[in-house]
Design a protein around this ligand. Structure first.
Ligand code: TPP
Length: 296
């Protein structure tokens, strides 16, 4: 199948990936990046996916991400998508297997904890057969590269835009797969929607490690506010709406108050220590990861 590429939606419900698994590119969240990924495509074959549109509508930019002149073909709706793809592959490239990702892990970084160094630590330490629930939002942008060659794992993401999915989904995953480590990557604003799920994790002694990306902000909304062209310098009222530091939330106390052991980390080394410890002990843990906002 010369020139064919496998892409999945930006927010797939579940994606298997990692060493030994066919490497499937995720369509990028930001419209410009997604447009670059799709540039030059002559045919877009949809199997269980809808034709891609950008998450936000930006003035003067098309929301439809299909490049001009590209023909869209609906191969299958959700049901039967895998079988339809297999049949298509057998038809156009019989006997060919998809290339799989090679095993490789990032070096453990040192120094300040940022979303980039946190991603490297996760890629370096991810256990076998982990289930990652990804609601890291802006703090998770570099995660796909850092974990591409980690041991095979599943990634669960929210499929729409309603935040607060991460803690309950991780709780459910741990109930459904008690023999697998669950890593919940959760940003502070989203965590607050469903934080009570931590209590369920403690009560049921579930193997969930929550990394709480504590950037004190609704950071993606700060970024999108700039990108939609709502003014290059938003006023103090607009900025205050997107600030989570007044008062600052103490996620260590919140977690401990619900029976989940917790620790705050501010360097890559401390984060690696805390992650190792959490993976090696039964039951839920929360790591309050102090990371800077991407907006500075
Ligand atoms: C249920 C619901 N309420 C509100 C929103 C609007 N919203 C979109 S992103 C976001 C903030 C996300 O902030 P956070 O989880 O801290 O992640 P960050 O952007 O800082 O990485 C909000 C409030 C939403 N998508 N869903």
């Amino acid at each position: 199948m010369t020139g064919a590429r496998l892409l999945c939606e930006t927010f797939p419900a579940r994606l298997e990936r990692g060493a030994g698994v066919p490497a499937i590119e995720r369509l990028a969240y930001f419209a410009e990046a997604a447009t670059a990924q799709l540039e030059g495509a002559k045919h877009l074959v949809l199997a269980g996916a809808k034709s891609p549109v950008s998450f936000f509508a930006y003035p003067g930019m098309p929301s439809d991400l299909v490049p001009g002149g590209c023909e869209v073909h609906v191969l299958a709706r959700h049901d039967g998508a895998a079988a339809a793809l297999r049949a298509l592959a057998d038809e156009v490239a019989p006997g060919t297997e998809a290339a799989v990702a090679a095993a490789s892990r990032p070096e453990l970084p040192r120094g300040a904890l940022t979303s980039a160094s946190a991603a490297q630590v996760i890629g370096a330490l991810l256990p076998e057969r982990a289930i990652i629930v990804d609601e890291a939002n802006t703090s998770g942008l570099l995660l796909p590269q850092a974990t591409a060659g980690s041991p095979a794992h599943d990634v669960l993401t929210l499929t729409g835009g309603a935040i607060g999915y991460g803690i309950p989904a991780a709780t459910g995953a741990a109930v459904a797969a008690p023999d697998r480590p669950v890593l919940c990557l959760e940003s502070d604003g989203s965590a607050m929607y469903t934080i009570s799920g931590l209590w369920t994790q403690a009560r049921e002694n579930l193997n969930v490690t929550t990394v709480l990306y504590d950037n004190n902000a609704y950071d993606i909304l700060r970024i999108e506010l700039q990108r939609v062209g709502a003014g290059s310098t938003p006023g103090p009222k607009a900025l205050d709406l997107l600030d989570l530091s007044r008062p600052a939330m103490d996620f260590v106390k919140i977690a401990e108050g619900m029976g989940v052991p917790a620790r705050r980390v501010g360097t890559a080394e401390e984060f690696a220590d805390a992650l190792r410890a959490a993976f090696s002990q039964d039951g839920p843990h929360l790591i309050d990861a102090a990371v800077p906002s991407l907006m500075g």
